[in-house]
Design a protein around this ligand. Sequence first.
Ligand SMILES: Cc1ncc(COP(=O)(O)O)c(C=O)c1O
Length: 355
Amino acid sequence: MWVADMDFRTPDFIMEALRQRCEHEVLGYALPPESYWEAVCNWLLRHYNINSSREELHFIPGIVSGISFVLQAMTQPGEGVLVTTPVYPPFLNLPQDGHRQLVCSPLKIVDGRFAIDFEDLEWRARQCRWMILSNPHNPGGTVWGEEVLRRLADICYRNNVNVIADEIHADMTLSGHRHISFSTVSQHAKDISITFMAPSKTFNMAGLGSSVCYCPNTSLRNRFFGYLDGYEVAGGNIFAYVGAEAAFTHGEEWLKQMLRYLEGNVAFLRDYLSANLPQVKAVLPEASYLAWLDFSDMGFQHDELKDRFLNRARVAMNDGTTFGGNNYRCRFRLNLGCPRSVLEDCLNRICDALK
Ligand SMILES: Cc1ncc(COP(=O)(O)O)c(C=O)c1O
């Protein structure tokens, strides 16, 4: 119940496109065809309200790699990189492993969802050159609203902080919420951002390594895309292009139905917790399938909880401390992108293991 992909089969229209490409039986070097770029541009317009031109886009073989490339190309060792915690662990590891100064602004939890502490963030932004934003947020799937993003963009702009907007989970925004792409909230946001998007989570095809980068600011783009091309680090493989094109061309209906199923899982988790584990405080996904569960009122130490989940329940969730350190002891991330029967079974086992 940990790594962020789903148990669902990759949809037929993607598998079929991959099979067809295999039929060709020549797997030499390939570039993304024009039809790939058309499919990407149309998807960005429909789902993100991004009216992109081809030159503003670059293929990226994976978003973690993309973030790493930005840090390598655009920052110097020792420079500050801002994140809001708890957050997807590579946001913490990439700056640290690259000897940048990691600066963490802890999120608050207000009414069961994450909220940015803007005063804290602004103070920390002064020490930073870049911010890595998960939009929507991983873990917990909080969808950032337009006002929140605009305020964030203003703070970053005022403090000369550029923003990497990681929007990998955006397509899976659940009913009642609307994804707002960071670069679209204001001119400031557009000027300071590099956005990453991908079909990989949405269509359960992360193993293909297929993502895309949007950078509307010419000078950021010249530097970043110049780095990608100069060092030749951002090439893809045939199946990454074929899979993404099929996803973005034929994916609407499958996505709609898949999201209804995920919503059912979120509702199931919410009801299960309130009936059986009312002490657990949860941040439930407004997008995607990664719930954040706080077991700190259950009367167990962190290591005891971990041991019970893994060795008694035989349920592997992500350890909360990997999302930002010891403040997140007794927190666990649960992946609910699975059949409801599996979710129910795991929750029953978690419940038993806590008895
Ligand atoms: C916020 C976020 N960014 C990036 C990734 C991974 O992206 P990729 O597989 O394209 O490197 C994940 C996967 O869990 C994620 O949650």
